[in-house]
Design a binder for this molecule. Structure first.
Ligand SMILES: [Zn+2]
Length: 280
């Protein structure tokens, strides 16, 4: 995650000014505890993020399924409409056939050519009507086949999505259970770590953390730069950091700086099984 610069770097520095002058006997231990606390709290943050993302995935999937169902309903409705149109056209053809029969029988009784011709025209017209109806029936039947194919495809997708949803829901349930358990354990660890930190330092930590999206108030020095904001740290300050005799704050972002070695030799980094299992 990219480093986020605090909104008011100057204010942040001011409540750390007192601390920066602090030349404590046990500062090294304090910094170690503080960094350990940061790692525990970051893990809690990550677990909460993970738990927050899965319900969104489930919701999105449910939304997709709703849309698919709507699409299938619409396709089926269109098929019903087309079937109705076919039956209408068939009725039209039936009526035309009956009319033709009627006109033909009338023709046998006419007394002059003019009447005969007039009935012939009517018969011709009804024949065209039948042809047109048959043409439409063919078209509607073809349209029904297309709609049914689309509906079959949608049904197949729906089936897959429903399967996917079930898996996601099971996964969510499992993760919620796991994360809640881990979160509880980590919160306990966090409270224990907090008890070992100077109250002023702890207070500063708690105030710095919300200033950054990633919640990092304590960061290590990486490649001679602050790993929170990536701004280079002057050599003299780097020496101060490694000596563990002085509290050093990044002049650019206001985060507390520690060297990488401070923890690894004495304290194990906290871990999360849930996060490891669901990485990436
Ligand atoms: Zn920085």
């Amino acid at each position: 995650m990219a480093a986020v610069k605090g909104k008011n770097g100057t204010t942040k520095k001011s409540y750390l000014q007192g601390l920066q002058g602090m030349n404590q006997e046990h500062l090294e231990e304090e910094l170690r505890n503080l960094y350990q606390l940061q790692r525990i709290d970051s893990l809690i943050d990550e677990i909460r993020t993970l738990r927050g993302e899965l319900p969104i995935e489930v919701q999105e999937l449910e939304h997709t399924i709703e849309n698919l169902k709507g699409r299938i309903d619409k396709q089926n409705e269109e098929v019903v409409n087309l079937e109705k149109m076919i039956s209408d056209k068939k009725n039209t053809a039936k009526d035309a056939t009956a009319l033709i029969k009627k006109y033909e029988s009338q023709q046998s009784k006419v007394r002059n050519n003019r009447e005969y011709e007039s009935l012939s025209k009517e018969i011709e017209f009804q024949k065209l009507e039948i042809q047109l109806s048959e043409k439409r029936v063919k078209e509607y039947k073809a349209a029904i086949i297309t709609k049914q194919e689309l509906a079959t495809q949608s049904e197949a997708v729906l089936k897959d999505k429903n399967k996917e949803l079930k898996i996601k829901k099971d996964e969510l349930e499992e993760i919620v259970g796991e994360t809640e358990k881990e979160e509880k354990a980590l919160l306990k660890k966090s409270a224990e770590a907090q008890a070992n930190i100077d109250p002023t330092l702890l207070d500063a930590y708690k105030r710095i953390r919300p200033n950054f999206k990633n919640g990092l108030a304590v960061v290590t020095v990486e490649r001679e730069a602050c790993s929170g904001c990536f701004v280079k740290i002057p050599p003299q300050r780097q020496t101060e950091i490694t000596s563990h005799k002085k509290l050093v704050v990044c002049e650019h972002c206001g985060r507390v700086l520690v060297d990488k070695e401070i923890l690894d030799e004495k304290k194990k980094a906290p871990t999360s099984k849930v996060l490891e299992n669901h990485a990436g």
